[in-house]
Design a protein around this ligand. Structure first.
Ligand SMILES: [Zn+2]
Ligand SMILES: [Zn+2]
Length: 643
């Protein structure tokens, strides 16, 4: 009797704490999931369900964990149990239908997607799934309306057009397929990996269009005493190019000066065409008026006599097997050519006043049609960034320049890129810089955050700056979508509100994207790890914004852990992924290792600092000034005059 009442008491006590315990177990399971300990998270979710068998959220998160382990049958089972508790929820119905599609049951998947769409006719995940299931189930013709609807609803999502292309190709409507494909590429250049498989790249070097000299006006607000040196035609990782030949002409008189001796070697006039050529015994200079200088082993500078002329550089070629042509450009300021390996190759540096440099940066970094206050915010931070590169981040100094012209530093394309509205933004912010206390702000920026800005201290190598902290790109928004695996999944597959979610501003699929990478392509990309066939891609850790910091790739022979933002982006797609803010699903044929990996992602860029699309959104939709925009992204900072 005593024993019985004791056990009753025990039962009563455990029921009393049941609700709290189930919820804390669920939280523990979320943490395990986000750390890549998926099997352990499944056990923790199951334990939570023992205490509270009616917790729909636990079933939903459990379904995510099973999906992460490529177990669609168990995932479907968990989703069906959640549906009993939350009947008619279109998010759950759509995911259950996707699980059926993963199991190869296309007809049942179609039925379930249609059911979800009856409740929520514009449900994006359901529409996309309906199209995909029909297409793969042999109903290509019937898949077209679903994909068309996704295109209408999400004009800035390249993936939808891509599927339309796949459908037309299957039906044999090749012309329409090609049209859609061209459109898809315009919206999302990362789809090019498919293109390279279809279209063979031309083998002969293409002739680039001839440019003509522009008449320029010197920027009246530019401080001519402070110049910046820019490394031209740099690679995406900031390496100087190996130039072989280059031809140039000038809009005004100029001098040719040896940088080591300081001696004037020649004087030039407009209309003359000069050639710089690499050779085994130093650089050779020649001109159409008969000048010939040979054996140049140090830098050689072309200096204009005044600020009203430019140098037009045509026919720049790099000795890459056959000579490869690089784009013609036109520059304010001076040009210096530095020989390397005793003149077997050379690279080029453009020196010009800081603000005239900004004229060629702004339109390359932000569309000139964007709101003026957004452009002005960009002008201030591009100025900050260039000054910091010059004074303290001296990565390029051994090559005699402060900053390179590729995305490694900030993109600069010279005079031909200049636009009136971006020039106006530079002029109207002349002398303005962004400070935190009396220090220049490290004004990192990127294209689109996808809804959440990343804090710098979460990412190795980015420094711990108080003004670079993580937050929602929306006044009053939640600073993380990682509340649970299920919520995170919904967040990445939908188009949540945010300053940078404005299809009128970003026509490319930058806010939300879908990349489909074949297992074969990934195996080629990860060849050096000798993984064998790739079985799974499992996120091991995420920063608080949701961006991945560590990914485990499991192969049939061995595993690899990929760390660091640029590695994760570059290694997990033939073309690099837009960001590390993504989740990944393995798509199997029916059995065996996965055939494809689908990356559902958000945003473009590293996510630290200012979100360019968000800055434009704040200017356009919230009427913010550039000072307010900068204060939003770099909290605690203020705009001040250059000291
Ligand atoms: Zn650089
Ligand atoms: Zn944003």
């Amino acid at each position: 009797m005593l024993l019985r009442s004791l056990s009753l008491l025990f039962l009563f006590a455990s029921q009393l704490t049941a609700a709290e315990t189930a919820s804390s177990l669920e939280q523990k399971a979320h943490a395990l999931f986000f750390k890549g300990m998926i099997s352990k998270s499944i056990q923790a979710y199951k334990n939570a369900l023992q205490l509270d068998p009616n917790a729909a959220s636990v079933y939903l998160n459990l379904s995510c964990a099973f999906r992460a382990l490529s177990d669609p049958a168990s995932s479907l089972d968990a989703l069906d149990r959640a549906l009993v508790l939350r009947p008619g929820d279109p998010d759950i119905m759509a995911e259950a239908a996707w699980a059926l599609r993963h199991l190869g049951n296309h007809s049942e998947a179609v039925r379930r997607f249609e059911e979800a769409l009856k409740i929520s006719p514009n449900h994006l995940n359901a529409l996309l799934g309906l199209g995909v299931s029909r297409l793969e189930g042999g109903q290509a013709e019937e898949s077209v309306p679903a994909f068309k609807r996704v295109c209408e609803l999400r004009p800035n999502f390249g993936g939808s057009v891509y599927f339309l292309y796949r459908a037309y190709r299957k039906i044999g409507r090749i012309e329409e397929a090609n049209q859609q494909y061209a459109l898809a590429l315009r919206r999302d250049w990362t789809l090019r990996e498919e293109e390279s498989a279809i279209i063979k790249a031309p083998s002969s070097p293409q002739k680039l269009p001839e440019l003509k000299l522009t008449s320029i006006v010197p920027l009246d607000t530019a401080d001519r005493t402070s110049a910046i040196r820019v490394g031209l035609w740099s690679s995406a990782i900031g390496r100087p190019p190996a130039l072989g030949v280059l031809e140039l002409e000038s809009g005004g008189p100029f001098r040719v000066v040896g940088t080591k001796s300081g001696k004037i070697l020649a004087a030039g006039q407009p209309g003359e065409r000069w050639t710089v050529r690499a050779s085994k015994n130093g650089l050779t200079l020649s001109s159409t008026v008969g000048t010939q200088i040979e054996g140049i082993l140090h830098g050689i500078a072309f200096e204009p006599d005044g600020p009203t002329s430019t140098f037009l550089v045509q026919d720049v070629r790099v000795p890459d097997g056959d000579f490869k042509t690089v784009p013609s450009r036109e520059f304010r300021g001076s040009l210096t050519f530095y020989p390397e390996r005793r003149g077997a190759k050379f690279f080029a540096v453009n020196e010009l006043p800081l603000d005239e440099y900004l004229l060629g940066v702004l339109p390359s970094e932000m569309p000139s049609i964007w709101p003026l206050e957004g452009l002005k915010a960009q002008a201030v931070i591009a100025r900050n960034y260039a000054l910091l590169k010059k004074s303290s981040m001296r990565a390029h100094m051994r090559n005699h320049y402060n900053i390179c012209d590729s995305q490694h530093c900030q993109v600069y394309q010279g005079v031909k890129a200049e636009k009136e509205r971006t020039n106006q933004a530079v002029r109207e912010t002349a002398g303005k810089l962004l400070y935190f206390g009396d220090q220049l702000v490290y004004s990192y920026y990127f294209s689109t955050c996808g809804g959440v800005v990343q804090s710098s201290r979460d990412m190795p190598g980015w420094g711990n700056h108080a003004y670079l902290h993580g937050k929602a790109d929306l006044e009053g928004g939640a600073d993380s979508a990682m509340t649970s695996p299920w919520e995170f999944n919904l967040w990445l597959k939908s188009v949540p509100a945010s300053n940078c979610n404005d299809p009128a501003l970003i026509p490319n699929s930058e806010y939300r994207w879908l990349r489909i990478v074949s297992a074969g392509a990934l195996e080629r990309k990860l060849r050096k790890f000798r993984l064998g066939k790739i079985k799974e891609i499992i996120p091991l850790s995420r920063a608080s914004s949701g961006r991945l910091t560590e990914v485990l790739v499991r192969g049939t022979r061995r595993n690899a852990v990929i760390k660091r933002e640029h590695q994760i982006r570059n290694l997990l797609g033939e073309e690099s992924l837009r960001s590390t803010l993504f989740m990944v699903e393995a798509h199997a044929k029916t059995s065996g290792p996965p055939a494809e990996f689908w990356f559902y992602g958000g945003g473009w860029g590293h996510g630290i600092g200012l979100c360019q699309a968000g800055a434009a959104g704040l200017a356009k939709n919230s009427n913010k000034t550039y000072e307010e925009i900068l204060a939003f992204y770099y909290e605690g900072s203020r705009v001040g005059e250059q000291k």
